[in-house]
Design a protein around this ligand. Structure first.
Ligand code: NOJ
Ligand code: CA
Length: 529
């Protein structure tokens, strides 16, 4: 991985394009099937989300990203869309979904849907028509090679499934044929340019899907595998152009809409016009080195280093934020291990002291706010495989199925955590010292201190070993953040923090002296100067 910062040229007018609400957006990711079931069928639904909006808001979140909720055979939990314009019946109707948008807005909240532009389900009408041997409107909607014996370059394929003589490229699982946005540099007869009629029609169809939901009231999209659309495009030149076209269209028609990419390389995605990109568990290793590697920085074992992360982050942070883009560091998501797997509550609090003081919009995966654990030993559900344990039903209270559903236990979408000491929202709310209450406090602190806002300035002060120190500042305020995930208290020389006052301490006995700052074990201290 080469971090080529020179390629990073974000249009200087970007800030103008970014929706104002993103400046203080704090996101909560909802996996709809596992959040709250209101009709007793064992699967979460839109009404269930509506009924928990007050909870989400009270915790401090003002924005939501909801995973795919569209009609689907659910071979990949809904990332295999059968009808882009129809809500999956198990969650409710399009009207119910509209009601969810409206209920969010009533509370001053925003909601992003999950757009899956790279592939559909094999059951999508487009694909069925594309499989026909006779040429029709959908013949070039997907990537088909010239004959059944030819493999698509750079991709797996499905073949022998229809009378059309060709192999259809797949994007992810075999049930997810790749939509055709062209190849960056076509080499073979079947490969089309991104601007050829087939790829342009695909592009128009996706814009039309976006328009459909934006007109109904959604506030934008998280975009699945956003970097994958144009094939064999190693430097993303054509993919960036494609996204500039789509986001340009979007911003001209819906200036308040927001777009976050699942890409993991903001130096590319933000150029494409995305407002935000995630740091992820795949791609550059910075994220994993903090949270998910064998010796992550955020662990009491104290063997990790933030240096790898810092180097990578430095590579794109400054240009991203001056351009008005946000680099978002998620607590987890439906594809990764739960943050709580192998961490105790102190360690989790320490993670959140970091996640909620970094620039960019924070994204918290449902259940992470109470430290929900990975459920071990599950058989795969709907294409979840090793991800299934991170998708178990939310644990609300002490009623049946922890308040998630009134269905019989055996009917739940995924088996729930049954550890006797598992957290629930109810228990965590009552315990003043809980992770939940710490997170609530941290969000409040973030909101009240302009230095900690999404777009406020950022700079590493010390990023090798423990503690990690960084400076956040706005035109009104400067705050130094000290984070020490190790199990030993550390005292560092910090003349820059002289005369400052601690506005937050996590752990026992943190202090600010004349020239030194003491950071508690598995703790943090934020010093305003
Ligand atoms: C990324 C999504 O987050 C994941 O859940 C899905 O399986 C793949 N993309 C394919 O759409
Ligand atoms: Ca239900």
């Amino acid at each position: 991985y080469v971090n080529d910062v020179n390629q990073f040229t974000i249009p200087t007018n970007r800030r103008y394009f970014m929706a104002k609400w993103l400046e203080n957006a704090i996101f909560y990711e909802i996996y709809p099937q596992s959040f709250n079931d209101t009709n007793g069928d064992g699967i979460g639904d839109f009404q269930g989300i509506i009924e928990k909006l007050d909870y989400i808001k009270k915790t401090g979140f003002n924005a939501i990203w909801m995973n795919p909720c569209f009609d689907s055979p659910f071979g990949d939990a809904g990332y295999d869309v059968r009808d882009y314009k129809k809500a999956a019946a198990r969650y409710g109707t399009n009207d119910d979904l509209k009601r969810l948008f409206d209920e969010c807005h009533k509370r001053g909240m925003h909601i992003l849907l999950d757009l899956v532009p790279g592939h559909t389900s094999v059951e999508h009408e487009w694909f069925k028509k594309s499989m026909l041997p006779e040429s029709n409107e959908y013949t070039d909607r997907y990537i088909w090679t010239s004959n059944i014996w030819e493999q698509p370059e750079g991709l797996n394929c499905i073949r022998g499934i229809s009378d059309r003589d060709g192999s259809a490229a797949v994007n992810f699982f075999s049930s997810q044929p790749a939509l055709n946005y062209g190849y960056a540099e076509p080499k073979y007869a079947y490969q089309q340019k991104p601007t050829d009629p087939g790829p342009m029609a695909t592009r128009a169809a996706i814009k039309d899907v976006m328009k459909f939901w934006l007109d109904m009231g959604c506030d934008g999209f998280r975009v699945d595998m956003a970097g994958s659309l144009v094939k064999c495009d190693p430097e993303y030149k054509e993919t960036i152009k494609l996204w500039q076209d789509i986001t340009g269209y979007l911003k001209s028609e819906y200036p308040e809409a927001a777009m976050v990419s699942e890409w993991g390389e903001p130096q590319y995605s933000l150029q494409g016009g995305f407002d935000m990109d995630f740091l992820l568990h795949f791609g550059p290793e910075g994220y994993n080195s903090m949270f998910r590697s064998a010796e992550p920085f955020f662990s009491k074992r104290g063997k990790g280093t933030p240096a790898i992360f810092a180097e990578q982050y430095n590579g794109y942070h400054e240009k991203a934020t001056t351009g008005g883009g946000l680099i978002c560091i998620p607590s987890g998501n439906h594809d990764m291990d739960r943050l709580a797997r192998g961490r105790d509550e102190d360690e989790l609090k320490c993670c959140f002291a970091f996640l909620l003081t970094m620039p960019g919009a924070p994204f918290v995966y449902y259940g992470d706010e109470i430290g929900m654990n990975f459920v071990e030993g599950l058989v795969s559900v709907e294409g979840g495989y090793n991800r299934t344990g991170s998708r178990s039903p939310m644990q609300w209270d002490s009623t049946a199925n922890d308040g998630f559903s009134t269905a019989d236990k055996s009917q739940l979408y995924i088996k729930q955590d049954d550890a006797p000491d598992r957290p629930t929202v109810e228990k965590q709310m009552l315990d003043e010292k809980s992770l939940y209450n710490e997170i609530k406090k941290l969000i409040k602190l973030r909101n009240e201190n302009s230095a900690l806002h999404n777009l406020s300035a950022f700079e590493f002060v010390s990023s090798d070993g423990y503690p990690l120190v960084y400076k956040r500042s706005s035109d009104k305020q400067t705050v130094y953040v000290f984070i020490n995930p190790s199990d030993k208290v550390v005292t560092v020389n910090a003349d820059y923090a002289k005369g400052g006052k601690a506005i937050y301490t996590l752990g026992e006995n943190g202090s600010v002296k004349a020239d030194t700052v003491t950071v508690p074990a598995s703790g943090a201290i934020f010093v305003e100067v």
